[in-house]
Structures are given as structure tokens and as C-alpha cells.
Write a protein that binds this ligand. Sequence first.
Ligand code: HEM
Ligand SMILES: Nc1nc2c(c(=O)[nH]1)N[C@H]1C(S)=C(S)[C@@H](COP(=O)(O)O)O[C@H]1N2
Ligand SMILES: [Mo]
Length: 354
Amino acid sequence: MALPELRLPRRAGRRTNLGLLLLLLVAGGTGVLGYTVGTAPATTLVAAAHGAAGLGLLLLVPWKTVVVRRGRRRAMHTRRDPGVAIALGFTVALTVLTGVLHAVGLPGPWPVLGGVAALQVHVAAAIVGAALLAVHVVGARQRPRRTDLGRRELLRTGALGLGAVALWGGLEGLLRLTGAPGGRRRSTGSHERGTDDPTAMPVTQWIGDAVPDDRASALEVVWGDSRVRLDADELDRGDEVRATLDCTGGWYAAQDWRGVRLDRLLAGALPRGLPDGGSVDVVSATGYRRRLPLSDTAHLLLATHAAGRPLSPGHGAPVRLVAPGRRGFWWVKWVVRVEVVDAPWWLQSPFPLQ
Ligand code: HEM
Ligand SMILES: Nc1nc2c(c(=O)[nH]1)N[C@H]1C(S)=C(S)[C@@H](COP(=O)(O)O)O[C@H]1N2
Ligand SMILES: [Mo]
């Protein structure tokens, strides 16, 4: 039986699938990479590559539609679990939709859908999508061919890449021209919320942390056997820094923070002098923690105040870390302990686990 769809060259289907896979891998990779960078130009480059790869998927939708129809006519039963394929399609569509809603700023100005940030839905859908994609690809394995790296294929891939970048550039241009909230995003893609007004800044936790019931009134500084307890109200030494808290949930705020520089605090509490290498663990009353290089401590602040007022409980009272140039998840709240350790800073989970 001659179905018209079968005239589509088989290689076209294969090319479409490989193109989709490539874009999904680039989008997933740059999505995660974006959370590990905090300063331009790295943030700009990663966000551009991410937006282009994600939007580029739309360019292949017409072809994929043909591939899917053909597959349905021909041999549904060869795909062991069509449910996975359907769920994957739905999840990718949700991921792209919530990504674009966030970028545009709808429902704005920092898009929240039913109490959850659009960007949080985006990342959750992407994580589910990654699991579905793995199952889907194993079930439909395509063997690599030598022609995959031939001149024609590379040219086609280049054209797809250019189209994707053009689509992203077009959307960015449109957002700026129309004055949409998304046109004022930071290089990370975050929207402004509560700059110079900490009360207007969202209170956010990484995964499931909660504001502790009784807040500590002291901070412990530890190095080997030395342990020094400092009263929380001894920590405002008048050191100031203006820095931008940029949450991976898609908002940012610049504040004037005040407290004590971490290198000064350590030098005062540990008169033996600090080791040359090593790291410092900054630990919250809740157990949430981050490890940072000791060589960074001159740029880190333990803050007791924002915009001239003591921190609110939600924002980390009595004392929180301010880590300029790093994304929000480094800015440990409710700090009860700073500990100098030998281990390198990268010897930790790349993202907090609570
Ligand atoms: C394969 C899965 C993914 C797809 C298809 C995808 C797609 C998209 C799209 C289309 C946008 C809008 C870009 C724009 O219009 O400028 C976007 C934005 C964004 N995505 Fe993803 N994404 C994926 C995974 C992820 C992951 C895993 C993360 C983080 C862990 C992430 C973080 C972000 C961020 C932060 C933005 C906002 C960037 C901006 O506003 O410029 N994405 N994504
Ligand atoms: N103890 C603790 N500190 C934390 C978090 C957390 O969940 N627990 N979340 C981090 C994240 S993801 C961000 S964006 C900022 C948010 O700070 P804010 O609530 O003052 O806006 O705190 C960081 N510090
Ligand atoms: Mo965050």
C-alpha cells in the first residue's frame, strides 16, 4: 500500500531526530551550566546558547510531525512504549512554553504560575524530560553513520544553528522594542525584584529548606581544634558591599549589604594565621551548606544588614553570606558556623541537596 508519507526520504526522518536530540542536549547542558556562572560575559553566552537551542526545537516541529505520522501509520508496535514518546513530547512542549513565558515576563513581571515561578516549572519539566528522553532514545536507537559527519550534514547542522540563533535574536529584539518586562532581564535571564527594598525581595529556599524556628544568636568559627564563638551582634563591623542576589528561580535584586568581610572575621578569630590553600565551609542552622575557596574570602561578606536595616528572618537573620558574582544558592542564610577545611571547594555536590 502506497502511503504518501512514505515518500519522505527515510534519511529526512533520521536527520530530524538527530537534530532534535542535538538541540535537546545543548539546551539541557547550557541550562545546567547557566547555574554555575554568575558574571557576564559567561552568563550572556550561556543564556544565548540556551535560548537558541530551546527555540530551535520549534524549527523542527513541522518535520517531526511528518515523522511521527509516518511512524504511527507504519508500525506503531515497533515502538515498545508509545506512552513514553507522548509524555516526552508533552514535557518538552511544557519546558519550551514555560521558558518563553519566563523570558517574555508573562504573567509578569516575574512570572509566577499558581504560586510557583514559571522557571521552576521549566526546570522541573526539563528534569522529567531528561529521564523520558533517555528511555525514548534507548528504545529508538539510531546507529551512527559515517555520513553523519560529512560535509552535507555539517552544513545542515550549521544552518539549523543559524536559524536557532536568529529565532532567539528575533525574540530578544522584539522584547526590547515592545518594552516587554523581558526586555529588561539581566544577562542571566533574571527579572528585577526588590532592588534597594529588601521587603519587596522574594524569600526563597533552594529545595525544601524552611526558616528556622529559633534563630541562633551566635556564630562559631572553626579551624582544626580552634573554636571561637562570636555573638551575632558582634558581627556588624561596618564592612559594606553592594551586590546582586540572583536566584536561579529567575529574579534578582541589588542591595547595600553590611556586616563583616569573611577574611577579616577569620583573621580576627584565628590569630595563628590562615593556611595558603583550602576552603571554608559556610553552614546554616538548617544544615544547608556551601564550600568556597579561602582565596575568595576578601570578596565575601557575612551580612547582618541590607539597605541599612537588620535582615528579616526570611532573608537570613541574624547573619547570611553575601557572595558577589555567584548565583543565589551560594548565599547561605542563618549561618551558624564557618569552618576552615583542607579540602578543595569543588569537592562537594555542585548544587545543594536540601
Ligand atoms: C532540554 C530541556 C530544555 C529546553 C528545551 C529549554 C528551553 C528553553 C527556552 C525555549 C527558553 C526561553 C529562552 C528565550 O526565549 O530566551 C528557556 C529559558 C531558560 N531556561 Fe531552559 N530549557 C531546557 C532546560 C533547562 C534547564 C535544565 C535549566 C536549568 C537547570 C534551564 C534554565 C533556563 C533559564 C534560567 C532560562 C531563562 C533564560 C533567559 O531568560 O534568557 N532550562 N529554556
Ligand atoms: N539555609 C539556606 N540558605 C539559602 C537557601 C536555602 O534554601 N537555605 N536558599 C538559597 C537561595 S537558592 C537563594 S536564591 C537565596 C535567597 O535569599 P532570600 O530568601 O533572602 O531572597 O538564599 C540562599 N540561601
Ligand atoms: Mo535561588
